[in-house]
Ligand binder design. Sequence first.
Ligand code: AMP
Length: 562
Amino acid sequence: MEYSKLCEVYHALESTTKGLEKTRILASFLGEIRDEPEVIYLLQGNVFADYDHRELGISHQLAIRAIGKAAGIGDAEVIDAFKELGDLGKVAESVLGKKKQQTALFTSKLSIEKVMTNLRKLPMLEGKGTVEIKIGLIIELLHSASPKEAKYIIRTVLGDLKVGVGSGILRDAIVENCFKPQNLEGKKKYSQEVQEAYDKATDFAEVFEKACSGDLKKIKLKPGKPVKVMLFPKAKNVEDAFRIVGRPAAFEYKYDGFRVMINKEKNGKVKIFTRRLEEVTNQFPEIVEYVESHVTSESFILDAEAVGFNSETKKYTDFQAISQRIRRKYGIEKMQKAFPIELAVFDIIYFDGKSLIDTPFGERRKLIKKIIREEPFKIVLAKQIITEDVAEVEKFYEMALNDNQEGLMGKSLIAPYKPGARVGYAVKLKPEDNDFDLVITGAEWGTGKRAGWLTSFNVSCSNDGELLEIGKVSTGLKELEGGDLSFKEMTDRLNELIIEEHGRNIRVRPEIVVTVQYQNIQKSPTYSSGYALRFPRITRLREDRGVGDIATLGEIEKEAGE
Ligand code: AMP
C-alpha cells in the first residue's frame, strides 16, 4: 500500500478531536489492511508491537540534521524554522516543500513497506559510526516523500505522531471493524474481549488479526513474551480492604521495590521484564541465578517484587536506592554488590506449559510455595497471613511498616489473575497516599541561576490512552548534580526526548514517569484534565514504570471526590 494512503488517514484523524469520529475513520481503514495488520503499528506512531521496546533512537538534533541534508540546507536554517513552527514535522513539510517546488525532484511513490523497512533498521544501529547510517535511512525516505508524507515520517521517527489515537480508540475501532456490534451491550462485550486479548498479547496487530478470524480466545500467554501485570486499586482501611476482596483474605507485605515478571521458557531461557514490559535480564543476573537454582519448574511466569537491602545491616532499603540498576548497562557486577536485591515472589501465572490466570489466587500461592526453595536475601515468598480479623491485619500492617515496607496488599483467595486490569481482586493499603504516578509531557527552561536547566515540569495522567495535563511541578528536585532526582539529570534525560519547542517551553515524548505528591486536587480550566494538583512535589523517578502505568483520570476524579 502507498504511504500516501496512510497519510490521508493521519490527516483525517488529526482534523478531528472527537473520539467517535476517530474510531469511525480507523474502523474503516482497518478494513483495508486486514492482510497487512502490522500497519496498525504505524497508526499508533510506532513500527513495533507495544511489548517490543526497541527504540528508533532519533533525537530531535538528529532529525534536524536529516531534514537539513534532505532539503539541502544548513542545520541553522532548520533550527530557525523549528523555532518558528515549533514542530519538526511541520518544518520538514515546509522546507522540503520549498525544495521540491524548485527542483521538481519528487517523482517516486513511497510505500508503507519501505517506510517500515527503513525505520525498523534504526534500532539495530548502535554505537560509533552508525549515526550517519541512521540519518541516511531517514533521508532516503524524505527524498521519495511528498511534503505531507515528510511531516508524518519525521513525527513517527520522533515518536510523536499527534493524531490522537490512544489504545482505547484503537480497541474500539477493532471492535467496530471485526464484530460490527448492533447495540451498546454488544459493543461492551466485544470491547472487553478485545481488551483482555490485548492485555495478554500487548500487540494490536495480533489482536486485530485474531479478532478478524474469530480466534481471539487463541491468544495465549507464552513465557518469554511480556504480559501486562495486574494492577491494584487502593483501599481506605482494613475494613474497606475486606469489603472489596472478601473474607477471609490473604494479606501480604507491600514491598517497596520494583515489579519484575520472571519468565522461564521451555528451552530453559530466563527473561525478566519490568511492568513497562522492558527486558532487564542483563541488568539482574542474580535474579536469573536465583530462579534457576531455587525454582523447580520447566517453564513459568512469576510475578515478584525485587527489593533492595543493605548488605551489612540486612535492613530493607527503599525503591530509589535500587532504581538506578534498571537502566544500567555497564558495571553490572559492581552494582550487584552495591545494591543487592531480594526477590519476593507473590504470584505465578504460568506453570509447566499451562496458563494459571483462571486458577484462584489461593491455589496459585500454594503452588509457588511448593516449587520455590526459599533462601532469605535471595528469593522468598511474599510474607503473608490469611485471616478474617481486622486487629490481626493491623498488627501485620505495623510490622510491614517497621520493616521499611510501604504497607500491605489485601488479596482475594478465590480471584483469578487479570493481566493489565486494575480490578479489585487485590487492594493496596498504604499510610500516606497523596501521590500519583504521572508522566512528564513538557518542561520549561529555567532562568538566572538555573539557566541551562529544565526546572519546571508539566505532568499528565491518562484517559484511555490519551494524555491529559494535570499540573506543573518545580519542587522536589535537587540543585546539586548527581543522583536521579537532580535538575541536571532530569535535563539530560528530557533533552533526548524533545519534540517541540516554543520559546522557553518544550514538549517531550512521554517516557519519564515520576511520583508526584500533592496537598489537594482542585478543578481547573488551566489543564486539559480539568484538574490541578495543589502544591505538587516530585518525590520519585519511577524507572520501572511507563506511560501505561500512570494514574488515570478516573482515579484522579475519585480522589478529588467527584
Ligand atoms: P502501587 O505501585 O502503589 O500501585 O502498588 C502496586 C505495586 O506494589 C505492584 O505493582 C508491585 O510492584 C508492588 N508490590 C509489592 N508487594 C506486593 C505484593 N505482595 N503483591 C502485589 N504487589 C506488590
